[in-house]
Ligand binder design. Structure first.
Ligand code: HEC
Length: 125
């Protein structure tokens, strides 16, 4: 696992390759409502400390986020926020715009990140 992560990181030679390949946009079709419902529960328990859909709180308002970022970017942000704000130019900028608060979510899994994405896709549909 660590070896794989190293391979992924080493394989990209920095700059713009911070993103792990977690999902392809082509895997996404209509909204999976069951998955979105799971994502809603997750959003309420793990994200609402810092986020609302409509308004900026500690973190940015998340309504419309699936229109401005790719599905893979969003999943990377949810799973690896610290790597993203350290290396990804957009995430870095967002952090600067949010009083330098680092997004952290304890105990988030890839399945959680996928469910969160579906909830956000549903909110934007
Ligand atoms: C401790 C507060 C905090 C928690 C908890 C948190 N976030 Fe964030 N989030 C932020 C901040 C602050 C930013 C802006 C980047 C930064 O400063 O790290 C952000 C940025 C984002 C972005 C990028 C928004 C954009 O405009 O591109 C997404 C997507 C996101 N968060 C989703 C989530 C989801 C989904 C959860 C729950 C699973 C979550 N966040 C939990 C604080 C938080």
């Amino acid at each position: 696992m660590t070896f794989l992560a190293l391979l992924i990181l080493a394989g990209c030679g920095g700059g713009g390759h911070t993103l792990e390949n977690l999902i392809e946009a082509s895997e996404l079709n209509g909204i999976d409502t069951a998955l979105a419902a799971k994502g809603k529960v997750l959003f309420e328990t793990k994200c609402m400390t810092c986020h609302r859909l409509e308004t900026k709180v500690i973190g940015p308002a998340l309504q419309g986020v699936t229109k401005r970022r790719s599905p893979n970017w969003i999943m990377n942000m949810v799973l690896y926020p610290e790597r993203m704000t350290a290396n990804d130019p957009v995430a870095k900028q967002l952090k600067a715009e949010h009083n330098d608060v680092q997004m952290v979510i304890p105990g988030v899994t890839k399945a959680d990140a996928r469910a969160a994405l579906e909830f956000l896709r549903q909110a934007d549909s």
